[in-house]
Each structure stands twice: as structure tokens, then as C-alpha cells.
Design a protein around this ligand. Structure first.
Ligand SMILES: O=C(O)CCC(=O)C(=O)O
Ligand SMILES: [Fe+2]
Length: 331
């Protein structure tokens, strides 16, 4: 099999349709269990998100990066917590500003998070880490409306996938067992632009995603996203039309007591066109306290391998590392 098709294609539509039978759900959940055990990555087909909406958000993202003036980007620059308008996380990041494992990533991006109910001002100017408003660009036209609609759809999709995961882990009789941690998901959404790499460096360094489940939509640029297989081989995860590339994050490793492991991946984009991707990270609630599920503990030898994780504390630690640890590659 060529590497780009080595990841399985999964259909979880029985969890999206009210008329599906338990047998259909069981078959879909079994395929999901297999994919999450073997790869931690899969393609999700038949997800119901309109192709027109997907094309629109990708086109708007491309327009933002390539056709808006520098001042439009500067106006929504991510700022440190407490700096006027900043919450340290939301907003535009220049090329190289994002840091993975101490090295600058060769991409630019806007980061958005679930809006907080009450923004938390600090020092009368800015906000506490992650507790400010999203920063929206004033162009291209239609950007905010399209993305808000898109993320609403993706949140619903994420809810359904959490039910499928519950079934896959043996919780057919309690399908909300994960959803109770994620019913107000503190989602993260990135809009990323990757100019081609020239020579050394990485577009996005090796990492695992830190929350629950990532739904990646990207343009059709081949040979950019790579996934580390259990055999230590880097597999290309090119987009397949009509599918998301989905992967599980660190919080799922905790929930499943390591039965399903978050998988390392990276982006190395050496092609000659500008690549755009819009990952949506479906995450636990801000104040969720994640711990291994009892049935997963039983399946993995009976001892808990992870302690409790307060999601907000975990997230704040990760976000701080993305921006505040000095790059060590001299960029
Ligand atoms: O752009 C991509 O293909 C993946 C980006 C990614 O892994 C991330 O933002 O966590
Ligand atoms: Fe990632």
C-alpha cells in the first residue's frame, strides 16, 4: 500500500443519524477502536459537513494570508497576557513565532478558542492567559461568519465522535461517559498558512496534540503532514476528498489509560505552493478533570497509569510552551 493510504478510512455516520441500529453503531465503533489502537490517526468519511462550507473556509484562509495587507494582520497580533488587548493565546502569529520543542515553526497562523463567558481583565489593559476575546480580521469579507458556522458544525461532529469512542471503549450502555467531560468543549481552532520551506527547518515540529480529537481540513497540497507509525516510519497523511484527517490527543491517552495513544506528527512542506490548513481541536471543558476510565484501566492490567489532569492547567502549560520558551535554533 502506498504510504498516503496507509491510514484507515472510517465511517462513523451511525453516530450522526438518529435512525441507525445498535449493530451499525457496534461495527463503526469496532473500526474506530482498531484505528485508535493501531495508529491514533484515521480518515473520517461521511461526516456530513457541507463541502461548500469547507471550500469557503479554505478559500478565506488563503485570502487572509496572501491578499490582506500587513496592517490587517498586525491589528490582530497575539499579545502577551496583560498587554493591551492580549490574552497570550488568541490572535495572529507571524512566521516563526510559534515554537514547537524549542524550534520555530515555519508557518503563520491565527489561533481562536471557544469564547469565554466572562473575559478576565488583568491590570486594566489585557486579559489573563486564554481568557480574552477572539481577535477577528476585518478582511476578507465573510471570514467570521464562515468560520463561526464551520466550528459550530465541527463541535457537533466532535460530540458524535465522543459517543462513538465511548462505544468503542465498551461503554455502549453509557455513551455520554466522555461527553460529560466535553459538553462545553474548550475548542481550539487554528487557521494556518505555510510558505514552502527553503532549505533547513520544519513547517510544524514533531508533536502530539494535547487535547481530545483533532479534525484537520487542508488544501490538496501533497506530502506535507506526516504521521509517525508504530514501526517508526513517517507516513504521508495527504488529504482525501470528503474526509477529515482525525487524530487523538493526549487527553485521550489519559482517558483510555494508554490503550489509545496520541500519535506524533509533523509538517514538512517543501513543495512550491503556499499551503493552507484549518485544524479544529475538539477539547475537554475548561474545568474538566480527566482521569482513566474504569473499563480502560481493567483492559490495561488494572492499575491507573495516569493521575488526574485538570484540563485548563494542562492547556495553559502547553500554550505557554508554544510562545514563551525561547527558540533554540537561532531564528
Ligand atoms: O497543518 C497540518 O497539517 C497539521 C498541523 C498540526 O499538526 C497542528 O496544528 O497541531
Ligand atoms: Fe498537530
Amino acid at each position: 500500500m502506498p504510504p498516503s493510504t496507509a491510514l484507515p478510512i472510517i465511517d462513523l455516520s451511525p453516530f450522526l443519524s438518529p435512525s441507525s441500529t445498535p449493530e451499525q453503531k457496534r461495527a463503526a465503533a469496532a473500526a474506530l477502536n482498531d484505528a485508535c489502537t493501531t495508529h491514533g490517526f484515521f480518515y473520517l468519511t461521511a461526516h456530513g459537513v457541507p463541502a461548500e462550507l469547507e471550500s469557503r473556509v479554505l478559500a478565506l484562509a488563503r485570502k487572509f494570508f496572501l491578499d490582506t495587507p500587513a496592517a490587517t494582520k498586525a491589528a490582530i497580533q497575539r499579545l502577551d497576557p496583560g498587554a493591551a488587548g492580549g490574552d497570550g493565546a488568541r490572535g495572529y502569529q507571524r512566521l516563526g513565532e510559534n515554537v514547537t520543542q524549542g524550534a520555530s515553526d515555519h508557518h503563520e497562523a491565527i489561533d481562536f478558542y471557544r469564547p469565554v463567558e466572562a473575559e478576565e481583565a488583568v491590570g486594566g489593559k489585557g486579559y489573563g492567559l486564554l481568557r480574552g476575546p477572539n481577535l477577528w480580521p476585518d478582511q476578507p469579507e465573510g471570514f467570521r461568519a464562515a468560520f463561526e458556522e464551520y466550528w459550530k458544525r465541527l463541535t457537533q461532529l466532535g460530540d458524535a465522535v465522543m459517543k462513538a469512542m465511548a462505544w468503542a471503549l465498551g461503554y455502549e450502555g453509557d455513551e455520554d461517559v466522555i461527553l460529560r467531560w466535553t459538553d462545553q468543549p474548550f475548542w481550539v481552532a487554528r487557521v494556518i498558512g505555510y510558505p514552502p520551506l527553503k532549505g533547513e527547518g520544519v513547517s510544524c515540529g514533531v508533536h502530539t496534540d494535547y487535547g481530545c480529537t483533532t479534525f484537520l481540513l487542508a488544501d490538496d497540497t501533497p506530502g506535507s503532514l506526516q504521521v509517525l507509525s508504530k514501526d517508526g516510519e513517517w507516513l504521508d497523511a495527504d488529504m482525501i476528498k470528503g474526509c477529515y484527517v482525525v487524530n487523538i490527543g493526549d487527553m485521550v491517552s489519559v482517558m483510555t489509560n494508554g490503550l489509545w495513544q496520541s500519535t506524533k506528527h509533523r509538517v514538512i512542506h517543501t513543495g512550491d505552493r503556499y499551503r493552507v490548513s484549518v485544524p479544529f481541536f475538539y477539547e475537554p471543558n475548561w474545568d474538566a478533570v480527566i482521569k482513566p476510565l474504569e473499563k480502560c484501566v481493567q483492559k490495561t492490567g488494572g492499575a491507573e497509569k495516569y493521575g488526574e489532569v485538570v484540563y485548563s492547567a494542562h492547556l495553559m502549560g502547553k500554550v505557554s510552551g508554544n510562545f514563551y520558551s525561547a527558540a533554540t535554533d537561532g531564528k
